[in-house]
Design a protein around this ligand. Structure first.
Ligand code: ADP
Length: 183
Protein backbone atom coordinates (compact mmCIF):
# COMPACT_ATOMS: atom_id res chain seq x y z
CA UNK A 1 0.00 0.00 0.00
CA UNK A 2 1.20 3.52 -0.81
CA UNK A 3 0.11 6.82 0.71
CA UNK A 4 1.52 10.28 0.04
CA UNK A 5 2.11 12.76 2.83
CA UNK A 6 2.83 16.06 1.09
CA UNK A 7 5.86 15.38 -1.11
CA UNK A 8 6.82 12.28 0.91
CA UNK A 9 5.56 8.71 0.74
CA UNK A 10 4.74 5.91 3.17
CA UNK A 11 4.72 2.35 1.81
CA UNK A 12 3.90 -1.01 3.36
CA UNK A 13 5.39 -4.19 1.88
CA UNK A 14 5.96 -7.74 3.01
CA UNK A 15 9.59 -8.83 2.92
CA UNK A 16 13.04 -9.20 4.45
CA UNK A 17 14.49 -5.85 5.50
CA UNK A 18 18.10 -7.04 5.05
CA UNK A 19 17.51 -6.96 1.26
CA UNK A 20 16.33 -3.33 1.16
CA UNK A 21 18.20 -0.79 -0.98
CA UNK A 22 16.88 2.24 0.88
CA UNK A 23 19.53 4.66 2.21
CA UNK A 24 18.91 3.32 5.73
CA UNK A 25 17.20 0.37 7.36
CA UNK A 26 15.87 0.29 10.91
CA UNK A 27 16.80 -2.44 13.36
CA UNK A 28 14.74 -3.57 16.36
CA UNK A 29 17.71 -3.44 18.75
CA UNK A 30 18.07 -3.94 22.50
CA UNK A 31 19.46 -1.27 24.84
CA UNK A 32 22.84 -3.03 25.09
CA UNK A 33 23.12 -3.01 21.26
CA UNK A 34 24.26 -6.58 21.84
CA UNK A 35 22.54 -8.27 18.92
CA UNK A 36 19.98 -10.99 19.40
CA UNK A 37 17.27 -12.93 17.60
CA UNK A 38 14.64 -11.74 15.17
CA UNK A 39 15.41 -8.93 12.79
CA UNK A 40 18.46 -7.88 14.86
CA UNK A 41 20.16 -11.25 14.31
CA UNK A 42 19.27 -11.20 10.61
CA UNK A 43 20.78 -7.71 10.11
CA UNK A 44 24.06 -8.59 11.88
CA UNK A 45 24.36 -11.89 9.98
CA UNK A 46 23.75 -10.27 6.60
CA UNK A 47 25.74 -7.08 7.26
CA UNK A 48 28.81 -8.69 8.83
CA UNK A 49 30.98 -7.78 11.85
CA UNK A 50 31.49 -4.07 11.05
CA UNK A 51 28.01 -3.29 12.43
CA UNK A 52 28.67 -5.00 15.79
CA UNK A 53 32.11 -3.37 16.04
CA UNK A 54 30.46 0.05 15.82
CA UNK A 55 27.68 -0.96 18.24
CA UNK A 56 30.35 -1.97 20.78
CA UNK A 57 32.08 1.40 20.42
CA UNK A 58 28.77 3.20 21.02
CA UNK A 59 28.04 0.93 23.99
CA UNK A 60 24.28 1.24 24.41
CA UNK A 61 21.11 3.26 23.90
CA UNK A 62 18.15 3.95 26.22
CA UNK A 63 14.71 2.56 25.44
CA UNK A 64 12.89 4.93 23.07
CA UNK A 65 16.17 6.06 21.49
CA UNK A 66 18.08 5.26 18.33
CA UNK A 67 21.72 5.18 17.20
CA UNK A 68 23.14 5.05 13.68
CA UNK A 69 25.93 2.78 12.40
CA UNK A 70 27.41 1.63 9.13
CA UNK A 71 25.43 -1.04 7.29
CA UNK A 72 28.51 -3.16 6.57
CA UNK A 73 27.88 -5.45 3.61
CA UNK A 74 24.18 -4.57 3.30
CA UNK A 75 22.92 -2.60 0.30
CA UNK A 76 21.63 0.14 2.61
CA UNK A 77 24.20 2.77 3.69
CA UNK A 78 23.28 2.99 7.37
CA UNK A 79 21.48 1.02 10.08
CA UNK A 80 19.26 2.91 12.52
CA UNK A 81 19.25 0.82 15.71
CA UNK A 82 15.91 1.57 17.37
CA UNK A 83 15.37 0.45 20.95
CA UNK A 84 11.69 -0.26 21.34
CA UNK A 85 9.96 -0.99 24.66
CA UNK A 86 9.31 -4.46 26.02
CA UNK A 87 5.50 -4.86 26.35
CA UNK A 88 4.58 -4.99 30.02
CA UNK A 89 0.79 -4.67 30.10
CA UNK A 90 0.52 -1.31 28.32
CA UNK A 91 0.60 1.03 31.33
CA UNK A 92 4.35 1.48 31.52
CA UNK A 93 4.80 4.15 28.82
CA UNK A 94 5.10 1.51 26.09
CA UNK A 95 3.16 3.62 23.55
CA UNK A 96 5.22 6.79 24.15
CA UNK A 97 8.51 4.88 24.06
CA UNK A 98 7.57 3.18 20.80
CA UNK A 99 6.67 6.55 19.23
CA UNK A 100 9.96 8.04 20.52
CA UNK A 101 12.08 5.38 18.87
CA UNK A 102 10.50 6.03 15.43
CA UNK A 103 10.86 9.79 15.91
CA UNK A 104 14.50 9.41 17.02
CA UNK A 105 15.23 7.27 13.96
CA UNK A 106 13.62 9.80 11.61
CA UNK A 107 15.52 12.68 13.26
CA UNK A 108 18.80 10.83 12.72
CA UNK A 109 17.87 10.00 9.13
CA UNK A 110 17.27 13.69 8.34
CA UNK A 111 20.41 14.74 10.21
CA UNK A 112 22.49 12.27 8.15
CA UNK A 113 20.87 13.18 4.82
CA UNK A 114 19.26 9.74 4.39
CA UNK A 115 16.43 10.19 1.91
CA UNK A 116 14.80 6.76 2.08
CA UNK A 117 14.31 4.59 5.16
CA UNK A 118 12.92 1.07 5.65
CA UNK A 119 11.57 0.15 9.10
CA UNK A 120 10.65 -3.22 10.60
CA UNK A 121 7.73 -3.55 13.02
CA UNK A 122 9.69 -2.60 16.16
CA UNK A 123 8.74 -4.34 19.45
CA UNK A 124 6.06 -6.66 17.99
CA UNK A 125 8.24 -9.80 17.93
CA UNK A 126 10.18 -11.01 20.96
CA UNK A 127 9.25 -7.78 22.85
CA UNK A 128 5.54 -8.71 22.68
CA UNK A 129 3.90 -5.37 21.76
CA UNK A 130 0.45 -6.16 20.24
CA UNK A 131 0.75 -5.55 16.52
CA UNK A 132 -2.40 -3.48 15.82
CA UNK A 133 -1.71 -0.71 18.33
CA UNK A 134 2.01 -0.84 17.45
CA UNK A 135 1.16 -0.33 13.77
CA UNK A 136 -1.04 2.72 14.52
CA UNK A 137 1.62 4.27 16.75
CA UNK A 138 4.35 3.72 14.14
CA UNK A 139 2.27 5.06 11.25
CA UNK A 140 0.90 8.07 13.17
CA UNK A 141 4.38 9.05 14.32
CA UNK A 142 5.85 8.67 10.83
CA UNK A 143 3.00 10.59 9.13
CA UNK A 144 3.25 13.45 11.65
CA UNK A 145 7.02 13.66 11.14
CA UNK A 146 6.74 13.72 7.33
CA UNK A 147 4.05 16.39 7.49
CA UNK A 148 6.20 18.53 9.77
CA UNK A 149 9.63 18.08 8.18
CA UNK A 150 8.89 17.05 4.55
CA UNK A 151 11.66 14.41 4.82
CA UNK A 152 12.72 11.65 4.38
CA UNK A 153 11.20 11.25 0.91
CA UNK A 154 10.28 7.61 1.46
CA UNK A 155 9.48 5.56 4.56
CA UNK A 156 8.85 1.90 3.75
CA UNK A 157 7.49 -0.45 6.41
CA UNK A 158 8.97 -3.87 5.63
CA UNK A 159 6.79 -6.44 7.37
CA UNK A 160 8.03 -9.99 7.69
CA UNK A 161 4.79 -11.98 7.89
CA UNK A 162 1.32 -11.59 6.31
CA UNK A 163 -0.45 -10.91 9.63
CA UNK A 164 1.85 -7.98 10.44
CA UNK A 165 1.54 -6.64 6.91
CA UNK A 166 -2.26 -6.77 7.19
CA UNK A 167 -2.20 -4.83 10.47
CA UNK A 168 -0.07 -2.06 8.91
CA UNK A 169 -2.18 -1.98 5.73
CA UNK A 170 -5.36 -1.58 7.78
CA UNK A 171 -3.71 1.02 9.98
CA UNK A 172 -2.48 3.04 7.01
CA UNK A 173 -5.88 2.91 5.27
CA UNK A 174 -7.55 4.15 8.47
CA UNK A 175 -5.00 6.88 9.11
CA UNK A 176 -4.75 8.17 5.55
CA UNK A 177 -7.91 7.22 3.65
CA UNK A 178 -7.36 7.03 -0.11
CA UNK A 179 -9.69 9.74 -1.42
CA UNK A 180 -9.27 8.53 -5.03
CA UNK A 181 -10.44 5.03 -4.06
CA UNK A 182 -13.66 6.44 -2.58
CA UNK A 183 -14.55 8.52 -5.65
P1 ADP B 1 11.49 -6.97 19.01
O1 ADP B 1 12.46 -7.59 19.98
O2 ADP B 1 11.61 -5.45 18.95
O3 ADP B 1 10.09 -7.43 19.23
P2 ADP B 1 11.88 -8.81 16.76
O4 ADP B 1 13.05 -8.86 15.84
O5 ADP B 1 11.64 -9.98 17.66
O6 ADP B 1 12.01 -7.43 17.56
O7 ADP B 1 10.56 -8.60 15.90
C1 ADP B 1 10.20 -7.38 15.29
C2 ADP B 1 9.53 -7.68 13.95
O8 ADP B 1 10.53 -7.96 12.98
C3 ADP B 1 8.61 -8.92 13.97
O9 ADP B 1 7.43 -8.62 13.23
C4 ADP B 1 9.45 -9.97 13.22
O10 ADP B 1 8.63 -10.92 12.56
C5 ADP B 1 10.14 -9.08 12.21
N1 ADP B 1 11.31 -9.63 11.50
C6 ADP B 1 12.10 -10.68 11.81
N2 ADP B 1 13.06 -10.84 10.86
C7 ADP B 1 12.86 -9.85 9.94
C8 ADP B 1 13.48 -9.47 8.70
N3 ADP B 1 14.54 -10.12 8.22
N4 ADP B 1 12.99 -8.40 8.02
C9 ADP B 1 11.92 -7.70 8.48
N5 ADP B 1 11.29 -8.01 9.64
C10 ADP B 1 11.75 -9.07 10.35
Amino acid sequence: MIRNVGTCRIETVQGDITLEKTDAIGNAANSMLAGGGGVDGAIHRAGGPAIMAECRRIGGCPTGGCVVTTAGRLKAKRVLHMVGPIWNGGENDEAELLAFCYRSALDLAVEHGLRSVAFPSVSTGIYGFPVRPAAMIALRTIAAFLRERSAPELVRMVLFDPGTRKAYDEGLAELLPDIAADA
